[in-house]
Write a protein that binds this ligand. Structure first.
Ligand SMILES: Cc1cc2nc3c(=O)[nH]c(=O)nc-3n(C[C@H](O)[C@H](O)[C@H](O)COP(=O)(O)OP(=O)(O)OC[C@H]3O[C@@H](n4cnc5c(N)ncnc54)[C@H](O)[C@@H]3O)c2cc1C
Length: 449
């Protein structure tokens, strides 16, 4: 599976976090021929909260090269068209056929259960034979000067004094939006780490196929190959079938009002079904019927957080990756895709160098190759969220543009289906660019200091 053995193939790579970013990094490094890769994940089991994820062509391309797209495809659904509907009355505002998707971007637009993507990455790591995933192990300290991590069994984290320091050659911190590594890096530059509250929250829920067998108007949503975005004043619902059409995934964005009641440390909470129904009480009967099917106790609510662009992603031989350095709103579905792009590029950067003293420089080139792109996605997601979450008084002009948009792809007020935005997001081949720009960046003045 490995492409070539890189000069530093036996470098000890320590990865903090076994989320999509951490697992993708382990797999990308294995594919480039690295043989000493350890992932530390604080959770004792690799589970993903049940929900769907969009596998856009830029992500599918990388999964294919990593040799795991086939694993994902066993459970994924191909999306053939996208519906934008008015939340309150179900009026079709815009319909886009994805007939151009494979032709223009090389891959279909897939949607999948998050566990399907996770499974594909884990299968790839296991098959490589060189990735050691240590579950139930928390990283409790990082020595940025010397590329060491301090670990402790998560179960004993609060009580144990028996911690162990592990020496690495390079550390990739894929420790998510709450990244302790980021806080430490910023503190060393005298900057306080502050995650931004977007005042938006998100319900993530699933409806099972058995629940709609006697409801043809809902069954057709589950059996079809379409996404549905219902937009209403200040709130939206995005939904699509996953897991070979056995589940219908529903994810919302709405003003955050419930977290006042949640523990102050929590960014996720078990949502109240009653409250969710109230939030969408003016939405159309089709949405109401879907939401009513969700069993009590299966409503999860997320507080949506972002972070201002960081001055740097790199400190010594440690680099941040994924949500740790560019957490994003979900409105253009690029969070995991960008984490996997990071993974592919950091693996290339490390594979290019011949001595350990160049690890820091390689990580800085990784940052140069990735930061602008990832931060562009964060900005686009934010802008799209604002456009989709307008108040009732503001929507008339936008809805006019929706109605005028082409069915075959073209300008569309929703950047998620806008062809120009898709060109930028989906055509981007981060690996090709990394190889093409490597020599220029290696020689660049900016890195010579
Ligand atoms: C509602 C919603 C919908 C979304 N939809 C999409 C979508 O359709 N498409 C898409 O591409 N993206 C989507 N995203 C974004 C995507 O889920 C994230 O961007 C992505 O999962 C980030 O991966 P990550 O590995 O960087 O972080 P995480 O998934 O947060 O993983 C971090 C991991 O690090 C572990 N960890 C943290 N600290 C430590 C420590 N000290 N020691 C050991 N382990 C540690 C954590 O336990 C966790 O497993 C969505 C996000 C939300 C909220």
């Amino acid at each position: 599976m490995a492409i070539d053995s890189p000069p530093l193939s036996s470098a000890k790579v320590l990865i903090i976090g076994g989320g999509m970013g951490g697992l993708a990094t382990a797999l990308a490094l294995a594919r480039r021929g690295f043989t000493n890769i350890t992932v530390f994940e604080m959770a004792s089991k690799l589970t993903e909260i049940g929900a769907g994820i969009n596998i856009t062509p830029n992500l599918a391309r990388l999964l294919d090269r990593f040799g795991v797209l086939n694993v994902l495809q066993e459970e994924a659904v191909v999306i053939r068209s996208a519906n934008i509907l008015k939340g309150t009355n179900d009026e079709a505002l815009s319909f886009v056929k994805y007939s151009y998707m494979e032709k223009d971007f090389g891959y279909p637009f897939f949607v999948a259960h998050r566990t399907s993507l996770q499974r594909a990455l884990i299968v790839g790591c296991q098959q490589s034979g060189v990735v050691d995933i240590k579950l139930g192990v928390s990283v409790t300290g990082i020595d940025l000067e010397n590329a060491r991590v301090q670990i402790c069994p998560t179960a004993e984290r609060e009580v144990s004094t028996t911690t162990e320091w592990i020496q690495g050659d390079v550390i990739i911190a894929a420790d998510g939006v709450k990244s302790a590594t980021r806080a430490l890096m910023l503190a060393r530059s005298g900057i306080k780490d502050e995650v931004e509250d977007t005042r938006q929250a998100s319900y993530r829920i699933l409806v099972r196929r058995e629940q709609v067998l006697d409801k043809p108007e809902l069954l057709e949503l589950l059996d079809g190959n379409q996404t549905y975005r219902w937009i209403g004043p200040r709130r939206l619902i995005m939904s699509y079938p996953i897991l070979k059409h056995t589940l219908f995934n529903i994810v919302s964005a709405h003003p955050d009002s419930n977290f006042a009641e949640a523990p102050s440390t929590s960014w996720t909470t078990r949502g109240s079904k009653q409250r969710m129904l109230e939030v969408f009480s003016d939405f159309c009967p089709r949405v109401q019927s879907l939401l009513k099917l969700v069993p009590d106790g299966e409503v999860c609510e997320w507080k949506l957080r972002v972070h201002a662009p960081l001055p740097t992603w790199v400190d010594g031989r440690t680099a941040l990756l994924g949500d740790a350095c560019h957490p994003t709103l979900p409105h253009i579905a690029q969070g995991a895709a960008q984490a996997v792009e990071d993974a592919a590029v950091v693996a290339i950067a490390l594979s290019k160098i011949t001595t350990e003293k160049d690890i820091h420089k390689a990580l800085r080139i990784y940052q140069l190759l990735r930061k602008e792109r990832a931060e562009f996605c964060v900005k686009e997601a934010d802008a799209n969220g604002r456009e989709m979450l307008l108040s009732d008084e503001e929507v008339a002009e936008r809805d006019k543009r929706f109605r005028e948009a082409s069915k075959d792809g073209g300008a569309n007020p929703d950047k998620f289906v806008d062809k120009n935005t898709q060109n930028i997001l989906f055509n981007h081949d981060c690996e090709k660019i990394a190889f093409e720009r490597w020599d220029e960046l290696w020689e660049s003045e900016e890195l010579s200091t």
